[in-house]
Design a protein around this ligand. Structure first.
Ligand SMILES: *Cc1c(COP(=O)(O)O)cnc(C)c1O
Length: 370
């Protein structure tokens, strides 16, 4: 039985007819960048998340970059974040000359340990970027308290967590700004790259709207030095059609996760823990393998089950960040997670037979290898 890591075909089938018609109209309209389609999608996201302002941009990476540009991060400014995440989280900080300062993760939820932030705060610290990894929010209440006590801006990397809820609020609306990605494999994915910044602060919303068009407030009049990072109308049209289904898709992921959680409650692999107060969306379902992670991955591949390793090298050990001076052993939980975790198929549309096959195959691997 074949079980891919992700299959987007059922999503497309659900919206195919309406979407193809929308795309035809869009082509005829010739309004390809920003415009009313993008604004309409931004309004839909505002309604869905409860954020006062949603600003579309070219990618999740750019959403992080624009948020940091909005607070005018300067070379040498420090931003506290995690190392066990996608490159963009720290890359966007470094891209502006800022210094990513890494704290370790909770080994159960893979998100930032709030207490660890305090020890890393210096006079140069400007912001904290908690990452809502795998569709699960960080423990936001203490993070927000610590940030408020030290005058730090909180920018949520919610790129994997659209629809996740923490204490009644949507991921991306808990801090000062939240960043979303619409990369195709995210829970709300376009037909290419796309991203969005969420905020309740009108001044920052206005600034980001200008920063994404080279800082221009009217054509050829530049108030800020911005970048070119606009959301394409084609992505907005796709995402507008998909958004009404997201709640149902997330629910299906949660049900699949429940199945795995029960199946792995007594081993042989460790199901993910849940942040207290959070209802996760399982953009990835990541288990911890006691050993032989790479052998398990290869074994599952031979049995036609797709898996992925998020992330094999934590950011503090990446070659490009060697100038930051971290060494092996500095962030033990992040390093161990990189060696032990494996993402299993979790997408909506998996059948009961496929779920059982994944579980049985994992059990048979550990049975066979002792
Ligand atoms: C996907 C992702 C991003 C941004 O990715 P883009 O591909 O630029 O949209 C940022 N942070 C995390 C944690 C992500 O998973």
């Amino acid at each position: 039985m074949r079980v891919p890591l992700l299959d987007l075909a059922p999503q497309f089938d659900l919206v195919r007819k309406d979407l193809l018609r929308d795309l035809e109209l869009l082509c005829e309209s010739q309004q390809f960048i920003l415009g009313d389609k993008v604004r309409r999608f931004e309004e839909q996201i505002e309604a869905f998340t409860g954020a006062a302002h949603a600003i579309g941009c070219a990618s999740g990476t750019d959403a992080l970059l624009l948020a940091l540009m909005a607070i005018e991060l300067r070379p040498g400014d420090e931003v506290i974040t995690t190392s066990y995440t996608f490159f963009a989280t720290a890359g966007s900080i470094a891209r502006l000359g800022g210094i990513p300062v890494f704290v370790d993760i909770d080994p159960r939820t893979y998100t930032m340990v709030p207490e660890a932030i305090k020890k890393k705060i210096t006079p140069r610290t400007r912001a904290v970027i908690p990452v809502h990894l795998f569709g699960q929010t960080a423990l936001m209440e203490p993070i927000l308290e610590i940030a408020a006590a030290h005058g730090l801006v909180v920018i949520e990397d919610a790129c994997q967590a659209i629809g996740a809820v923490y204490k009644g609020k949507q991921a991306g609306t808990l801090g000062d700004m939240g960043c979303l990605s619409f990369y195709p494999s995210k829970n709300l994915g376009g037909f290419g790259d796309g991203g969005m910044v969420l905020t309740n602060i009108p001044e920052w919303a206005e600034k980001i709207r200008l920063l994404r068009v080279h800082g221009a407030d009217t054509t050829y009049r530049h108030r800020w030095i911005g970048i070119n990072s606009r959301l394409d109308a084609i992505q907005a049209v796709v995402l507008s059609r998909k958004l009404p289904h997201i709640t149902q898709w997330i629910q299906a992921r949660r049900e699949n996760a429940d199945y795995y959680n029960k199946a792995f409650a007594q081993g042989p692999v460790g199901p993910p823990g849940v942040t207290p107060g959070c209802i996760p969306t399982y953009n990835q379902y990541v288990v911890r393998c006691p050993g032989e992670r790479d052998q398990l991955k290869a074994y599952l591949e031979r049995k036609e089950i797709g898996t992925a390793v998020y992330y094999p090298i934590p950011l503090h050990l990446q070659e490009c960040f060697s100038y930051l001076g971290y060494r092996k052993g500095d962030l033990p939980e992040s390093e161990t997670a990189s060696q032990q975790t494996l993402a299993l198929p979790i997408y909506p549309g998996l059948t009961q037979e496929q779920l059982e096959y994944v579980v049985d195959t994992i059990y048979s691997f550990y049975g066979e290898t002792g």
